[in-house]
Ligand binder design. Structure first.
Ligand code: NAD
Ligand code: DAU
Length: 347
């Protein structure tokens, strides 16, 4: 199969490619990515020289560039990860979110519709549980839960989900949608809670917990998410939605305390010193209280379930950041942007 992955230089996309390209030499993978601030081509070092992998720098919002990539590679499957993904950034500047997540998804759907005859191809749309809004103290999101997004990010992802389903119902495009909970693991840009806290711990900087730290997220190790998407591509049904979660609900403050404990253990630092870095800061506007996913559909229909426990996944993640300081430094310095321009500027 010829598989086009969008956003493959970002956190989840790179983990997906690093997991699947070496395992599936019979498939050709093309990574289409605009290389925004959130991307790091070095995340793809394990697959960059494999014969079944190719990279195309392109912006989803440039329809003619997108068509050219489609004409060159003639994908049979599209796995759509590319997005602006950080909620806080969407509050500070929502325009890029509407542009990439809504217009970019629209362009991608149109490129597929142009290339594929009706009923041909497969479009897998990677989405989020944030489209469902906030839960109270009880309950879980299932595939029938009403959309009720709170942030510009989640509203733009909700809009993209609706476009994808409309292209299925109206034009017969074969689509599948997955809505997943919070991912964590290697290669995550250090603006998200877990890598941000790990790096601040290593540098003895304050650990900014929003509000009282009582918001709850359901955490899933990134490779478990990638395996779920691969299972849906392999055996899911067209027009169907699958919720993916880790059955691992945690309050933010508890996540931060576990990170203090792990970093203390792994670096031989007194835990009390690290716990002393916790500080409570102003809450995120529109902050959803709680997310929890009911993944019984994907578990029953596709025999998927998460392999990693939160305790073991979090330790692996801390160890990865400790062992990969060069990756971290590279995404945080101006040198990184210069390197991208030198290596990809002309593509
Ligand atoms: P990320 O921000 O780490 O990576 C996004 C990637 O998309 C980057 O490589 C970036 O360069 C690329 N991109 C952005 N705009 C683009 C454009 N206009 N054209 C082409 N490429 C562009 O994101 P992530 O955390 O890996 O998330 C991937 C997908 O999974 C997103 O759709 C996100 O909504 C969804 N998701 C994420 C999580 C999570 O916890 N991270 C959970 C559920 C769903
Ligand atoms: O639920 C899936 C979503 O998870 C994905 O769709 C998003 O792309 C992804 O970014 C993530 O969104 P969150 O807003 O839940 O993730 P974030 O890491 O930004 O924050 C997790 C929780 O931690 C949230 O309740 C806000 C809180 N937080 C976050 C940061 C960055 C803090 O308390 N302090 C912080 O500094």
């Amino acid at each position: 199969m010829r598989i086009l992955v969008t956003g493959g230089a970002g956190f989840i996309g790179a983990n997906f490619l690093n997991l699947l390209v070496p395992r599936h030499r019979e498939h050709q993978f093309v990574n289409l990515d605009a290389l925004t601030y959130a991307a790091n081509p070095r995340s793809l070092d394990p697959v960059a020289s494999l014969p079944n992998y190719a990279f195309e720098r392109a912006d989803l919002c440039d329809f003619s560039g997108l068509r050219a990539v489609f004409a060159r590679h003639q994908p049979e499957v599209v796995v759509h990860f590319a997005a602006e993904s950080h909620v806080d950034r969407s509050i500070a500047g929502p325009r890029a979110f509407v542009r990439t997540n809504v217009e970019g998804t629209f362009n991608l759907l149109e490129a597929c519709r142009e290339l594929w005859t009706p009923g041909q191809g497969l479009f897998h749309h990677v989405s989020t549980d944030e489209v469902f809004g906030s839960l109270g103290a009880t309950g879980r999101f299932d595939e029938e839960t009403r959309y009720d997004p709170s942030s510009p990010y989640s509203a733009s992802k909700a809009a993209s989900d609706h476009l994808v389903r409309a292209w299925h119902r109206t034009f017969g495009l074969p689509v599948r949608v997955s809505n997943c909970s919070n991912n964590y693991g290697p290669l995550q840009f250090p603006e998200k809670l877990i890598p941000l806290m790990i790096l601040n711990l290593l540098e003895r900087k304050p650990l900014p917990v929003y509000g009282q730290g009582l918001n709850v997220r359901d955490w899933l190790y990134v490779e478990d998410h990638c395996e779920a998407i691969w299972a849906i591509i392999g055996a899911g049904q067209n027009g169907r939605t699958y919720n993916i979660g880790g059955r691992s609900e945690q309050r933010n403050i508890d996540v931060v305390k576990q990170l203090c404990h792990l970093v203390a253990e792994e670096t031989g630092t007194p835990e009390a010193e690290l716990l002393g870095l916790i500080c409570y800061v102003s809450d995120r506007p529109g902050h959803d209280l709680r997310y929890a996913i009911d993944s019984s559909r994907i578990e029953a229909e596709l025999a998927w379930k998460p392999r990693e426990s939160f305790a073991s996944g979090l330790r692996k993640t801390v160890r990865w950041y400790l062992a990969n300081r060069a990756w971290i430094d590279s995404v945080r310095t101006g040198e990184y942007r210069r390197w991208i321009e030198q290596n990809y500027g002309s593509r």
